[in-house]
Design a protein around this ligand. Structure first.
Ligand code: TYD
Ligand code: MG
Length: 452
């Protein structure tokens, strides 16, 4: 039976399809599907018997290998307490966000902590990396440098050196000579990552892969290798803001959703130990359209300011512009306000923004979002010493969220004295905050802004 020899793969998420289409059904991205030659001719009939693989039960004698801490606390926490030996980590992010800077600083820190570290750059010449190291004040760090893209040569070198950690910057520049495809194509990226991850596991070397998030379809994005690695970190930030957030989206060795906050300075990335203070630092006193959300990022409470602007629209379809929040979430909240509280936004533009460049994805932010929008619409300021949190359901009810006590404690620590939280929130111990609990959005609107 004749089989088709080509397959169609999405460069954004790596899903394979039997035919080309304009939109990937797996991830919804447009124009990302490309035709690809298959990796091999497919499984041939097994000619001879394989060997039986050794099996063992779950209770092992081996103690968990000790993690190596870099000393960069923001990084160590995101990794789940330090680098696990023989682990494979992917660090994704937009080009120019600071991945190379972060990883050069990290390799230097791990070298200082006693690991043999290798930094392989496929994008920059060794001299360029050295110049960056000079700028970062890391010239005498004991990092070994290589500028190479041939994976065969890299693996041979790694086998000879046997480092504790190797950084591959970036996976999209690596190529295997056994595969007939351009570097950066889905098959090259996948195969290169597979080789490196297998090497990591077999030889006990930790591997960090850098992957650029790509907007157009020709180069495979980091999502293509997400499933192969133990830990997936994304380095995010808004251009124009100096804050950078390292977020764990998958971690086999620690909690996901953990974040580390950095600031990009002239001398590289510096840690931000207290992000709440930073995200609130340039907050003006009691302005309409501003609400402080007591959120949780990973294991850490983080306070952020949500800003809204509501203005008469000149357009037929009013604008809904969001930065740092999901646009769908805003639409839902506006619809609930309209349907359950009778507050209409027809003919009004709504702009919503998370101050400082943080991205908020917790449903607990709903109430603060609604608060900021209503405050902007009614031109009534929310008291500057108040934080808000709670999930809004489609019925307009406020749903309690997790870690209420941690949220309140952090707010209290930063000088806030009152909070609005959903009914039935588990407040627990004394937090020093005056907490008003409300059952639904209607009660909230009535209390804060009068009957409407
Ligand atoms: P880089 O690490 O090269 O980004 P990536 O590897 O993710 O593409 O960082 C590039 C940006 O960082 C560049 O615009 C300059 C800026 N930068 C600083 O602001 N300070 C520094 O000390 C360094 C090294 C870079
Ligand atoms: Mg780079």
């Amino acid at each position: 039976m004749a089989k088709s020899t080509t397959s169609f793969t999405c460069t954004a998420c790596g899903a394979s399809h039997s035919k080309w289409s304009g939109r990937c059904e797996a991830c919804g991205a447009w124009n990302t599907i490309i035709e690809e030659a298959p990796l091999s001719a497919g499984p041939k009939a097994l000619g001879s018997k394989g060997r039986t693989i050794p099996l063992s039960d779950l209770s092992t004698e081996e103690a968990a290998p000790p993690r190596v801490a870099s000393g960069i606390a923001e990084l160590d926490r995101v990794l789940g307490g330090g680098l696990v030996p023989a682990s494979a980590i992917l660090v994704g992010g937009d080009p120019g966000i600071g991945k190379s800077t972060l990883l050069l600083q990290a390799t230097a820190a791990f070298a200082k902590a006693g690991l043999t570290t290798l930094y392989i750059s496929g994008e920059e010449a060794a001299a360029q990396v050295r110049m960056r190291a000079l700028r970062l004040g890391l010239s005498d760090a004991r990092v070994q440098l290589g500028a190479e893209t041939s994976l065969r040569d890299i693996l041979t070198t790694l086998d000879a050196v046997r480092p504790g950690l190797v950084v591959i910057d970036s996976i999209q520049t690596m190529w295997l000579d056994t595969i007939e495809a351009a570097p950066g194509s889905v098959s090259q990226v996948r195969a290169a990552a597979h080789e490196l991850v297998t090497f990591a596991k077999k030889r006990g070397v930790s591997v960090i892969l850098v992957g650029h998030v790509t907007k157009e379809g020709q180069i495979a994005g980091p999502r293509v290798v997400e499933h192969m690695v133990d830990t997936v970190l994304y380095f995010e930030g808004e251009r124009g803001h100096q804050f950078r957030i390292l977020r764990a989206v998958k971690n086999r060795f620690g909690p996901a959703d953990e974040i580390g906050v950095f600031e990009m300075t002239g001398a590289g990335l510096t840690e931000v130990a207290n992000p709440s203070a930073l995200f609130l630092s340039d907050r003006e006193k009691a302005t309409p359209g501003s609400a402080v959300f007591a959120g949780i990022e990973g294991t850490r409470p983080v306070l952020t300011e949500i800003q809204a602007l509501v203005a008469p629209s000149t357009l037929g379809t009013p604008r809904r512009t969001v930065v740092g929040i999901d646009g769908g979430r805003l639409s839902t909240i506006l619809a609930v306000l309209e349907a359950r509280c009778g507050i209409t936004f027809a003919g009004l533009d709504v702009f919503l923004n998370v101050a400082g460049g943080l991205r908020v994805s917790e449903p607990a932010a709903d109430l603060a979002i609604a608060g900021a929008i209503l405050s902007a619409r009614e031109d009534v300021a929310i008291p500057p010493d108040m934080v808000l949190f709670g999930e809004i359901s489609l019925s307009g009810a406020l749903r309690p969220v997790g870690q209420t006590e941690n949220r309140l404690k952090e707010a209290s620590k930063l000088g806030f004295s009152q909070a609005i939280a959903p009914d039935r929130s588990k407040i627990g111990a004394e937090t020093g905050m005056r907490v008003r609990q409300m059952p639904d959005l209607t009660a909230f609107v009535g209390e804060m802004f009068g009957a409407g």
